[in-house]
Design a protein around this ligand. Sequence first.
Ligand code: PA5
Ligand code: NI
Length: 192
Amino acid sequence: MMERMEPFASTLDLQTGVMNPASQVLRRYLSGMSDLYADSSAAQRILAEEGVRLIYEVYVVDVPEAEGQVLHSTTIIYPGRIGQEFHMTKGHFHVKRDRAEIYLGLAGTGALLLQTDDGIVRSVEMRRGAVAYVPPLWAHRTVNTGDAPFAFFAAWPGDAGHDYASIEQQGFAKLLVSQDGRAVLIDNPRAR
Ligand code: PA5
Ligand code: NI
């Protein structure tokens, strides 16, 4: 039997994406995800020169990770590039592959990159007010393609789970890179 919870609200700053209260704020640094970027020498150079580079933050609301619940969070990806590749999230499949997700763009500009198990890739533009649907079966990663922080809200089923290992191993078949001042989707030279 499901335990009854008290209703509650969090406050979301619609300009910045900061959520309050948040049970956790996850901070992802380049040092913990440098292998995900195609240009590993650019990543090593930045680490040597800057020491620490914050790529993104996730504000997680305190909801049990269980069937029937709706987990929700906001993500803020800071602007920047590793070589030509824009700052991005690690990306994941849901452990339960048939669980979907909704993203709502709040600030800045970016893209939602999606990939199937057999390597089909799609890209959806994200900006304030864009409501993006991540259907079941698609891995998803977000990318900041602009010069300002890119923030979005996400909601997904409580029993979905995050599978990061598959993306760490296989990578995304496409990359979002800056070319002549534009965001361009290219083939990943390191795709496995
Ligand atoms: O549930 C989601 O898909 C998002 O809240 C992501 O977890 C968030 O954007 C961070 O990305 P990742 O989990 O791939 O590090
Ligand atoms: Ni997800």
